[in-house]
Design a binder for this molecule. Structure first.
Ligand SMILES: Cc1cc2nc3c(=O)[nH]c(=O)nc-3n(C[C@H](O)[C@H](O)[C@H](O)COP(=O)(O)OP(=O)(O)OC[C@H]3O[C@@H](n4cnc5c(N)ncnc54)[C@H](O)[C@@H]3O)c2cc1C
Length: 443
């Protein structure tokens, strides 16, 4: 929670730019707008408090990898466009390091890279195929590579590894410290942030909240998964739940056994997404998908905790790191991530209406939101930047299916992923047919 609540929007105001949502997308957009034109008046309107969404409670992977694979991007937009955006993403990690340092934002940023470990024989080929996909897309060993079991074990000791993928293009951050830090910098530069001010609708450059309205030349929608709660954008995004657990700070004698001294982000090679980091205060924060999608794209604080999935996560941590012994778990939480129908992120600006929007991160928004924000700002200010022609610009996915097809489809896909992992655990062989079936449904 925010330490001291910020003001509510109680009276109508006029500004150059109104930004809806005080997560990374909204805050970075304000940051770069101010950097490029300090005279702009900017108001950020937030329904809860700064960092209420994923930005305040994510797994802290500041990763250069997009929700779209390089193969998919090349097929859809061409190889040059894919390579351009991927290089921009690599540079985005350095950009976040630079800005947080420059602005004195202490968010525990550390770039140790990322590992996906094949912890079962069933994972080996899948992880190798993933690396091969990158190689075929024009990225060499310095970007991403397969490392043998010995190399991965030198990095960290898990219950078992048959080797894995390593890439240096990922850092860890403390999500809450990052989001609060950017907000503080903005306020020092004259950006006003209104909290507890829910936007009801946007019409003709007028943003109507529960109490008052903002008239603006530009309106930026930076609400990510919450776009699913608004009538106009209801079927453009679905909220999928990602849940996390964290241990207590782990004693140094256990860390000296586990290693993980370079704080790489860690994922297991199973089909269901997992993600972990060793935090700056020496905990393991571990997350995963698998929580059900809720009919009608409902979002509710009660979905942030799911005892079954949280228990499974704790079990997975104990299985993966048997050296933990009786280390306790002290935290569990979760929240929605936003997925568009084609898993494609977007940075859309309509010069006629002044409406802008950025999102579609599917759980990869920590770094990508920074690139999306810069992409939005260059478009809004009519700058001659190559970012204004990137594959993220004015991308519109088709609408999600109507209910209850959407509910049946998404939960069916989750079930197939769960079945595939259970079979792989039993047999040690990849469940390629089930996964191929899942992917063909996803289209
Ligand atoms: C548990 C979890 C783990 C994650 N782990 C990672 C990770 O390790 N790495 C990674 O890259 N990504 C991760 N993500 C995703 C990442 O956090 C998001 O992609 C990113 O924070 C999105 O930022 P945003 O600013 O676009 O949206 P948000 O942070 O969701 O901010 C949107 C804001 O809009 C506000 N809002 C909504 N509706 C309204 C309205 N009507 N009026 C006013 N305000 C409104 C919300 O209150 C919210 O504060 C994770 C997400 C979750 C939930």
């Amino acid at each position: 929670m925010s330490q001291s609540p910020r003001q509510q929007l109680l009276n109508d105001i006029d500004v150059d730019v109104a930004i809806i949502g005080a997560g990374y997308t909204g805050l970075w957009t304000a940051y770069y707008l101010k950097q490029m034109n300090s005279k702009l008046s900017i108001a950020i309107i937030e329904s809860e408090y700064v960092g209420f969404g994923g930005s305040g409670r994510n797994g802290g992977w500041c990763s250069a990898f997009l929700p779209m694979s390089p193969t998919e991007m090349a097929e859809q937009h061409g190889k040059d466009a894919m390579q351009f955006i991927q290089r921009e993403m690599f540079a985005t990690i350095a950009e976040i390091a630079k800005i947080t340092e420059l602005e004195g934002i202490d968010c525990d940023f550390y770039q140790g890279g990322t590992i996906t470990s094949a912890s079962s024989t069933a994972h080996i080929q899948r992880v190798k195929d993933y690396v091969a996909q990158w190689r075929a897309s024009g990225f060499d060993e310095s970007v991403i590579r397969w490392e043998g079991a010995d190399e991965i074990e030198t990095r960290m000791r898990t219950v078992k590894t048959y080797g894995g993928m390593y890439s240096p293009h990922c850092a860890v951050i403390h999500p809450w410290k990052l989001v609060q830090g950017i907000a503080r910098v903005l306020e020092a530069r004259g950006v006003t942030i209104y909290e507890r001010s829910r936007v009801l609708n946007v019409q003709q450059r007028r943003v109507q909240t529960t109490c008052a309205a903002v008239n603006a030349r530009w309106v930026v929608q930076a609400v990510e998964s919450f776009a699913s709660q608004q009538r106009r954008t209801k079927r453009s995004i679905v909220p999928l739940y990602s849940l996390m657990v964290a241990t207590e700070p782990i004693p140094s004698h256990i860390w000296s056994e586990i290693g993980w001294s370079n704080r790489e982000t860690f994922a297991d090679g199973r089909n269901m997404v997992t993600y972990a980091q060793r935090t700056a205060d020496n905990r393991i924060a571990f997350g995963g998908r698998g929580a059900p999608y809720h009919l009608g794209s409902r979002i509710s604080p009660k979905f942030d905790v799911n005892e079954k999935i949280h228990d499974q996560l704790r079990e997975t941590v104990r299985e993966t790191f048997p050296l933990l012994g009786d280390v306790k778990f002290t935290h569990q939480w979760g929240g929605p991530i936003g997925a568009s129908r084609d898993w494609h992120a977007f940075a859309n600006v309509d010069h006629k209406t002044g409406l802008c929007s950025g999102g579609g991160y599917v759980g990869d928004g920590v770094a990508l939101s920074n690139l999306i924000a810069r992409t939005l700002v260059h478009q809004m200010l009519n700058n001659e930047s190559p970012l204004t022609r990137s594959l993220l610009v004015n991308h519109r996915a088709r609408a999600w299916e109507l209910e209850p097809i959407r509910w049946i489809g998404i939960n069916g896909l989750l079930k197939l992923t769960e079945i595939a992992d259970a079979r792989e655990r039993r047999s040690g062989a990849p469940s390629s047919r089930i996964i191929a079936m899942r992917d063909s449904f996803l289209g």
